[in-house]
Write a protein that binds this ligand. Structure first.
Ligand SMILES: O=C[C@H](O)[C@H](O)[C@H](O)COP(=O)(O)O
Length: 239
């Protein structure tokens, strides 16, 4: 199943496999979204099959739900599960405080709800995702379609107040059409380059009418597991 992987996939697999080792029989899990999280779903399905684990999974996107079902995992909604033991997800960036930028795949809203309903959030990634300061990866913000231009202008003014004047804000596209999230909303990508005060910006963005959620995950992630293509693993725990 895991033969002939590219170095990038080997790194993701190594991190995913390690995270799945922390899963115990009877747990309810949040299943993240993205290429790294997909490896976690595959590794989890393999363990469930081999060891007969009783696991319920709450997916954070239709993509992950489809993959989990295809591999035979039991999929339930967050409300059916109630409380979750662990969410395992990927990230686009993380800093040394284990704050994250997520949403490169557009799943940030369900990811944040699911991670926040979990006792622990474990992030899996390759070493390149570790940054000294968040912001190089464009910050995704999920917004309602109603009043999109007005919300974008409001965000631009807010960024200026946070010392980030003049940053480009783009509407995410899928082909020629706007990208639409699982919840039927749009994504604005904020090209900030650096975010001097991520906790403050995360709170401020969610005050803008029309903003549904932003991709800054502050004080949510408990542990990051990094994998490398040579099998090396590094773990960071939130101080
Ligand atoms: O919306 C997508 C998620 O936040 C992903 O977890 C994130 O973009 C990382 O994806 P990948 O593992 O493919 O780099």
């Amino acid at each position: 199943m895991f033969a002939d992987l590219s170095p990038a996939d080997q790194a993701k697999y190594v991190a995913a496999k390690r995270a799945v080792e922390l899963v115990e029989d009877g747990m309810k899990l949040g299943l993240g979204t993205g290429s790294t999280a997909a490896w976690m779903v595959r590794c989890l399905a393999q363990r469930v099959k081999a060891e007969g684990l009783r696991i319920q999974g709450v997916p954070t996107s239709t993509r992950t739900a489809d993959l989990a079902r295809e591999l035979g995992l039991e999929v339930v909604t967050l409300d059916q599960a109630g409380h979750l033991d662990i969410t395992i997800d990927g990230t686009d960036e993380f800093d040394s405080a284990l704050n994250l930028i997520k949403g490169g795949g557009g799943a940030l809203l369900q990811e944040k709800i699911v991670a926040s309903a979990s006792d622990r959030m474990i992030v899996i990634a390759d070493f390149d995702k570790h940054v000294p300061q968040l912001g190089k990866f464009p910050l995704p913000v999920e917004v309602l379609g109603f009043g999109l231009a007005s919300s974008r202008d409001h965000i631009a003014r807010l960024l200026a107040d946070h010392g980030l004047a003049g940053c480009d804000i783009t509407t995410r596209k899928q082909g020629d059409a706007p990208f639409v999230t699982d919840e039927g909303n749009f994504i604005l990508d904020l090209h900030l380059a650096q975010i001097p005060d991520a906790p403050a910006l995360a709170i401020a963005l969610n005050q803008v009418p029309g903003v549904v959620e932003n991709g800054l995950f502050i004080d949510i992630c408990d542990r990051v597991i990094l994998g490398a293509s040579d099998g090396r693993i590094e773990e960071h725990v939130r101080p």
